[in-house]
Design a protein around this ligand. Structure first.
Ligand code: DX5
Ligand code: ZN
Length: 212
């Protein structure tokens, strides 16, 4: 069954606890948290302290941390220690990606690998055995509320053709409109920012999404 991971980037930052509680009570499976360093992407967000607080207040909901940052190797241990359930790094960073993925797994945390829209799936073929989840970006990383790039769906089919059996997650511009087609292409985890934090009917929507 598909997992729904609301991205808190679209929550009201001054009412984060209220907004997160609302989507969890509506049935969200994971909470997706975007860490941005104003270098790998042109935006700046939060760090490990927010992961720690969320984990403390919502201990039963896995926190899916998406690191859009250079030099992730220096922060892996901290994010794992404060309660990330899944830690995703970008393959485009100039670091030893395979070593970082191994280190994440050594913490007992799921290791995710993200690719930007311009990065072909072929680039990560050799890393797939070290990866529990591939995050296929469906917008340029950095900001919420962007338009979904339907051209990315072919990457899901390609991953499965390569024999990849781990989770596939998509992030950027997801909504009730594109979810059925993403599902048909093999999507497992739907990151939803704007959609999940603006809908008036989150519980009904999540129920409908589960049937897709
Ligand atoms: C974009 C982030 C996303 C973002 C998605 O760089 O990685 O997680 O919050 O937001 P929506 O669903 O609004 O496109
Ligand atoms: Zn994200």
């Amino acid at each position: 069954m598909i997992k729904i991971a609301p991205s808190v980037l679209a929550a009201d930052i001054l009412n984060m606890e209220r907004d997160v509680r609302r989507v969890i009570e509506a049935g969200a499976d994971w909470i997706h948290l975007d860490v941005m360093d104003a270098h790998f992407v042109p935006n700046l967000s939060y760090g490990p302290a927010l992961v720690e607080e969320l984990h403390d207040r919502f201990p039963d909901t896995p926190i899916d941390v998406h690191l859009m940052m250079d030099n992730p190797q220096y922060y892996i241990d901290t994010f794992c220690r404060v309660g990330a359930s899944c830690l995703t790094i970008h393959t485009e960073v100039s670091a030893d990606v395979s070593d970082i993925l191994r280190r994440i797994r050594a913490h007992g945390v799921m290791a995710g690998l993200a690719i930007k829209p311009g990065t072909p799936v072929e680039m990560i073929r050799d890393l797939l055995p070290l990866t529990d989840m591939v995050l296929v970006m469906t917008v340029e990383p950095g900001f919420g509320g962007q338009k979904f790039n339907a051209g990315m769906m072919a990457k899901l089919t390609e991953l499965r053709k390569m024999g990849y059996v781990g989770l596939i997650e998509c992030d950027g511009g997801l909504s009730m409109d594109n979810l059925p087609e993403l599902r048909a292409h093999g999507l497992d985890v739907a990151v939803m920012g704007t959609y999940m934090f603006t809908t008036q009917t989150p519980a009904e929507d999540i129920q409908r999404m589960r049937l897709m």
